[in-house]
Ligand binder design. Structure first.
Ligand code: PHE
Length: 347
């Protein structure tokens, strides 16, 4: 076979092989097999030297033309393969815009916060302003100024967590109730009348149960002025309960004891779970206690800077978690601090 025939054959083969190529790796192999320095075309062109001198220019031109043809075919094939690869990548990446989106998780207020805000709303309309007071307290404010000197037996009702302090420093503790706030609010206002609420977190060292947590919120309230009586206290609390739970809600006052009020009461709402029949949550009494209250003890009024002969006042301390339990039908107070989203998402 003449050199030119071999070249024609090679060109034909190469173009046919190119047709079959489906990816860029195979294309690179094809390129070095036919067009590379050691490729078929270069090897065949070595035969040019053996041709008679007068045939060489024509044959040489034919080799050049064949190389050009193959190079152009290679370029076309490469462009084509790249286009296909890009197309595949697009298809693999394709976003189905008709799929429903993923809704972002929307946060919301904790049920205790919701209850606190409801309480501020109702008592705010009755003229109580919101005050703040510290969560870490001295023994003096948590107990002594509230008519509980050291070793007073009533301290047993409020066991707490103590902070280690240097000898001679005042004893620090996590407050067991918001009642120390009464003293701050009184001292800031005496001798003028005051109506204030003091919300915040409290702590107790005690057995955790369905009704008791070692941390919880309270909202303290005080009203001090001339001629404030026990019926003002009752009227305020019943009106408050009706605003919160609806007219006709069953409530009751029970005589109780607190060193800082005299007389003292506890205020109950009919149990939401059993409607008064008695169950685990209400300790089979049919009632749930939501607050302690009473007429402010003269000693406490004096500690706050008031003259107990000139003014009187009432105080109450309510438990918003207990109140949220009643409102939403929550049967265990431990849910509030569980951090369980399934619980939180319901409010
Ligand atoms: N501080 C009391 C408690 O935590 C509640 C209370 C507040 C009682 C104000 C009377 C007056 O139990």
């Amino acid at each position: 076979m003449s050199l030119i025939d071999q070249l024609n054959q090679l060109e034909y083969e190469a173009l046919a092989a190119l047709e079959q190529i489906a990816d860029l790796t195979a294309l690179a192999e094809w390129k070095s097999a036919y067009l590379g320095k050691q490729g078929a075309l270069s090897r065949l062109s070595r035969g040019l030297g053996a041709l008679p001198a007068e045939e060489r220019p024509v044959a040489g031109a034919r080799f050049n033309a064949a190389r050009a043809t193959l190079e152009q075919a290679l370029e076309r094939a490469e462009a084509q393969l790249k286009r296909i690869a890009r197309q595949h990548a697009f298809e693999a990446d394709q976003v189905d815009v008709t799929l429903p989106g993923r809704a972002p998780a929307v946060g919301r207020l904790h049920p205790t916060t919701q209850m606190l805000r409801t309480i501020y709303g109702i008592l705010g309309e009755m003229g109580f302003q919101v005050w703040e007071s510290p969560e870490v307290e001295t023994d003096e404010f948590n107990f002594q100024l509230l008519n509980m000197p050291p070793d007073h037996p009533a301290r047993d009702m409020w066991d707490t967590f103590y902070v280690e302090t240097a000898p001679g420093e005042p004893t620090l503790l996590l407050r067991t109730h918001t009642s120390p706030g009464q003293i701050y609010a009184m001292r800031a206002n005496a001798p003028n009348p005051v109506r204030a609420i003091l919300p915040g977190k409290c702590y107790r060292y005690e057995q955790v149960t369905a009704r008791h947590e070692m941390q919880f919120y309270q909202v303290e309230g005080i009203a001090i002025g001339e001629q404030i009586s026990f019926s003002d206290l009752k009227g305020t609390l019943v009106a408050f309960a009706e605003r919160l739970y609806g007219k006709g809600v069953k409530t009751r006052f029970r005589p109780s004891y607190f060193p800082f009020t005299e007389p003292s009461v506890e205020f109950d709402i009919e149990c939401f779970l059993c409607s008064g029949a008695g169950c685990r949550v209400c300790k089979h009494s049919g009632w749930l206690e939501i607050l302690g209250a009473g007429m402010i003890h003269p000693t406490v009024l004096r500690n706050g800077g008031y003259d107990p002969d000139a003014v009187s006042g009432f105080a109450f301390g309510m438990g918003p978690e207990r109140m949220a339990m009643l409102r939403y039908g929550i049967d265990d107070i431990r849910w509030f601090f569980s951090g369980d989203e399934r619980f939180l998402q319901q409010f």
